[in-house]
Design a binder for this molecule. Structure first.
Ligand code: HEC
Length: 347
């Protein structure tokens, strides 16, 4: 449970109470949004869930739509005129594409610090609201809802791959801006974006969670920061997730520079993987974790170090090191999966 949510919950119900006593005209008074017009679409009622929200996401059948793919921009869905969901924009072409699509505000729910300056140079604003796979806290929900109501759309909402957390964030936008029914919102997550059934917490929140009202979001103080600091395990995961994908493509090219990925260097990528583990190894979150958590962490770190040695040998022409590198990387992957099975997936 996020400790920040406790004081804010009390504050919000207090302010909501105040809000309900005053006229609706002054509802924007305490807000910090740029737009004078705070969006007042009412959010549809929570579903009365009988069973898993993921299963419920099939009760509405959506017309089939394929994701759009652009250079550096994947799994893109135009959910409405105001809300587009997709992957992190990789590179300048992707950022330019977002500007060409008319996006005004980019919302990242991923842990990695966004490239806010690049977006600003193209006239787009970045808002960074990192969320977890398990849930969206009350404070994060207020920031999301306020952003959609008070900043300028269309919005592009992304996480890393644009499949799980990003779509959940985008659906908050669909609820507060487009006022769509909850069953349709979860259907979009499942039938379009491909949000995994492992993330029942995200489904449940969109299906049945509390979405703040416009007066609650306008009373909530928030500066729409373009960068929130994350630390410890979450910060390490930002490094590890990218390093993991890059090392996986290095493995396919036999751990040698791959002409189709000129930006990836095998030694650098293996170094990143090792650094991801090292970055939080002495952080209290890891040091004080349970025994099995710590041993998966050390296992991942040790195998990454071995991988780096093998990858260096491969660059000097030692072909026999390829097999060792593959084995080490697979052992790292096993550490990721084993630890996530116990500590991340919230089902
Ligand atoms: C020892 C445990 C452990 C290991 C090993 C581990 N992770 Fe994680 N990972 C976690 C936990 C715990 C979370 C959830 C953090 C949170 O959201 O609070 C997480 C979250 C993530 C996330 C989501 C991050 C976010 O922004 O919320 C990604 C992506 C990820 N891990 C990738 C990896 C990859 C790739 C590896 C292996 C190279 C790996 N992890 C190894 C424990 C681990």
């Amino acid at each position: 449970m996020n400790p920040y949510t406790l004081p804010s919950a009390a504050l919000i119900s207090f302010l909501a109470l105040l809000g309900s006593c005053s006229s609706s005209k002054d509802s924007g008074a305490a807000g910090q949004g740029e737009g004078a017009n705070v969006i007042q679409v009412s959010v549809t009622a929570p579903l009365d869930l009988d069973g898993r929200a993921y299963d419920h996401a099939m009760t509405v059948e959506l017309p089939p739509v394929e994701p759009q793919e652009f250079e550096g921009l994947h799994n893109v869905f135009h959910l409405s005129d105001q809300i587009v969901s997709g992957s992190e924009p990789h590179g300048d072409a992707a950022m330019q594409k977002l500007a060409d699509l008319g996006i005004r505000t980019i919302v990242s729910v991923d842990g990695k610090a966004p490239e806010a300056e690049k977006a600003a140079a193209l006239g787009m604003r970045y808002v960074h609201i990192p969320i977890q796979y398990s849930d969206i806290s009350e404070n994060e929900m207020l920031r999301l809802a306020k952003t959609f109501r008070e900043l300028e759309g269309p919005f592009y909402v992304h996480c890393f791959h644009g499949k799980h957390r990003g779509p959940a964030g985008a659906e908050v936008g669909r609820l507060v801006l487009d006022g769509i029914p909850r069953d349709e919102a979860i259907a979009e997550m499942r039938q379009y974006c491909g949000t995994s059934k492992k993330y029942e917490g995200l489904y449940r929140l969109i299906a049945a969670g509390d979405i703040p009202t416009a007066s609650e979001t306008s009373a909530f103080e928030y500066n729409f920061a373009a960068r929130e600091e994350v630390e410890g395990v979450v910060a390490a995961m930002v490094i590890l997730s990218r390093a993991h994908d890059n090392n996986e493509s290095m493995m396919k090219s036999g751990w040698k520079p791959d002409p189709s990925h000129p930006d990836l260097d095998p030694i650098n990528e293996a170094t990143q993987l090792l650094q991801g583990f090292e970055s939080a190894a002495s952080h209290a979150e890891v040091r004080t974790a349970a025994q099995d958590f710590r041993s998966w962490w050390s296992e991942g770190q040790a195998e990454s170090a071995t991988l780096l040695d093998s990858v260096k040998s491969i660059q000097t022409g030692d072909e026999s090191a390829i097999e060792r590198a593959n084995r080490s990387f697979q052992a790292v992957q096993a550490a990721c999966t084993d630890c996530h099975g116990e500590y991340r997936n919230d089902i």
